[in-house]
Design a protein around this ligand. Structure first.
Ligand code: ADP
Ligand code: AMP
Length: 213
């Protein structure tokens, strides 16, 4: 099963993608996590991606597509995957579609996690991320067991540089301009499913499960 998560930054794509991955035994692939891991390791890719990410802009398609295609070519992806944060532009979606077509394959579900813009800023300012294992929390809605410490790996949690309110506003503009058109793209392919993301994470997941089952 090949699943794409759509939605504004902070809509809960990562939170739901992790639950889907665990429940359906699929790899969870987040381009944002791949970039952040590269930034942490100080690679050339990380250095380049950081210049765009810190400004709330998208990393150029060419670079992002290369990273994604390398990842989905790995053995653990042969029975499917959950893509979180990719595609984010029409050209990215077109490349993915062409690559899948070559294998006689296609995206099965594009799940659009719908949250109004006014809730997004609050979600992002409360988000805390583990840069080591990619786990995410929210200081109010999804708190870690011990304040500031990742439940999964024990590392320190941080507020992402791009989750500061001024950058979030820019990221929302970028989302509406470049990513939202994907809703129409996947509606035309008859795979778009929208869920209300403005509910408890467990309830959002129950709605997704109903679609996937
Ligand atoms: P995205 O991957 O779409 O950027 P995340 O999954 O990281 O979004 O979620 C953004 C923030 O909102 C995180 O702090 C997360 O813990 C919190 N969150 C996720 N889903 C919900 C929800 N249904 N209700 C409230 N907060 C949520
Ligand atoms: P995320 O972790 O999905 O919120 O992504 C964080 C940042 O990484 C985004 O704001 C972009 O700068 C960059 N990024 C992640 N995925 C993509 C993508 N598919 N295309 C372009 N940029 C991306």
């Amino acid at each position: 099963m090949k699943i794409i998560m759509l939605g504004a930054p902070g809509a809960g794509k990562g939170t739901q993608a992790k639950m889907i991955a665990q429940s359906y035994k699929l790899p969870h692939i987040s381009t944002g996590d791949i970039f952040r891991a590269n930034i942490k390791e100080g690679t050339d890719l990380g250095k380049e991606a950081k210049t765009y990410m810190d400004e709330g802009k998208l990393v150029p398609d060419e670079l992002t597509v290369r990273i994604l295609l390398d990842r989905v070519a790995k053995g653990d992806c042969k029975d499917g995957y959950v893509l979180d944060g990719f595609p984010r532009t029409i050209p990215q979606a077109e490349v993915l579609e062409k690559e899948l077509e070559k294998l006689g394959d296609k995206v099965d579900y594009a799940i659009n996690v719908d949250v109004p813009d006014e809730n997004i800023i609050n979600r992002m300012s409360g988000r805390r991320a583990c840069l080591k294992c990619g786990a995410t929390y929210h200081i109010k809605h999804v708190p870690p067991k011990k304040e500031g410490i990742c439940d999964v790996c024990g590392s320190e949690l941080v507020l992402r540089d791009d989750d500061k309110p001024e950058t979030v506003k820019k990221r929302l503009d970028v989302y509406h301009e470049q990513t939202q058109p994907l809703i129409e793209f996947y509606t035309k392919r008859d795979v778009l499913k929208t869920v209300n993301g403005n509910a408890d994470p467990k309830d959002v997941f129950a709605a997704i499960k109903e679609i996937l089952d």
